[in-house]
Ligand binder design. Structure first.
Ligand SMILES: [Zn+2]
Length: 288
């Protein structure tokens, strides 16, 4: 099977992006895999520390391995937003393909120091694991928000991006470029969309010349997605949109089957709802 690095190189050359979708249960996981296989596209699945705590770290790795073994499928596993080196080491030992060490809440110099330590720890376990570093604050929660969190909206500069990448030697950079974790209620209803600073994305890409990830993709304007990918975003994360679809699907399943107790008979609608979101996002991210 091809490595994540090779898949990202190909995507970068083709000016498309690899979709990254979070899961914390088998409904979302199977929905992501089904959507990717239908589209015949490589896909990344990720789990935050909270999501990993719920599924189990090795259990999540075993799910991904099962899909690879059964279909020889290019599916890759990411330890999303890992805040401690200890948790990064656990994920590295479990066989994750990528680990995001998220020191973005730390002062800049401290973020550099901690990210360097994390890279050393991870690569000593498996040098093939790609490590992503984060700079800039884009909020911390993939949920429906009342308002934009304090401090969100300050853009990463090309200078600080270059300084961070040169000092840490991260494989992948996650900058703040107008993106935000979670969605405002107005975005859920569709009236408001996230807009990205495309010029800044291009400037940062030119300065760092490594892979870049767009976090907090949920609720973003479609044209901004396309232009962000053309300007240098090679991975795009979507989580909140899947969580919303999951919840609506579960509610619809429960409402349709008020006397049913078999989970798999109730949860089919949730699987279909999540699969639909993933399909449409993969379509967009892979279109040239
Ligand atoms: Zn994120």
């Amino acid at each position: 099977m091809t490595s994540l690095r090779e898949v990202l190189k190909r995507a970068e050359a083709d000016q498309v992006a690899v979709g990254h979708f979070n899961f914390s249960d088998l409904v979302a996981f199977n929905a992501i895999v089904a959507a990717a296989r239908d589209k015949r596209l490589p896909v990344m699945v990720g789990l935050s520390e909270g999501e990993r705590e719920f599924t189990g770290v090795r259990q999540a790795a075993a799910l991904v391995k099962a899909v690879r073994d059964e279909y020889d499928y290019p599916i890759f596993l990411n330890a999303d937003h890992t805040h401690s080196i200890a948790n990064a080491e656990v994920a590295a030992k479990a066989g994750f393909d990528e680990i995001i060490f998220d020191g973005s809440a730390l002062p800049f110099e401290e973020n550099i120091a901690q990210t360097r330590k994390a890279i050393e720890a991870i690569k000593s376990i498996n040098p093939a694991i790609l490590v992503e570093g984060e700079i800039g604050w884009i909020g911390g929660s993939s949920s429906v928000l009342d308002k934009v969190p304090d401090g969100v909206g300050v853009l990463t500069t090309p200078d600080e991006a270059k300084q961070f990448v040169d000092a840490t030697l991260v494989d992948i950079l996650a900058p703040a470029v107008g993106n935000m974790h979670g969605m405002l209620a107005s975005m859920v209803h569709g009236g408001v969309q996230k807009r990205l600073n495309i010029a800044r994305i291009a400037e940062i890409k030119a300065a760092v010349r490594i892979f870049m990830t767009l976090h907090g993709g949920s609720g973003t304007n479609d044209d901004d997605f396309r232009r962000a990918i053309k300007s240098g975003m090679t991975i795009v994360h979507v989580n909140t949109e899947l969580r919303l679809a999951w919840r609506r699907g579960v509610e619809a399943g429960l409402a349709a089957e008020p006397n049913e107790v078999a989970p798999y008979k109730i949860l089919g609608r949730a699987l279909e709802a999540v699969k639909e979101v993933v399909s449409s996002r993969l379509e967009l991210f892979s279109s040239r």
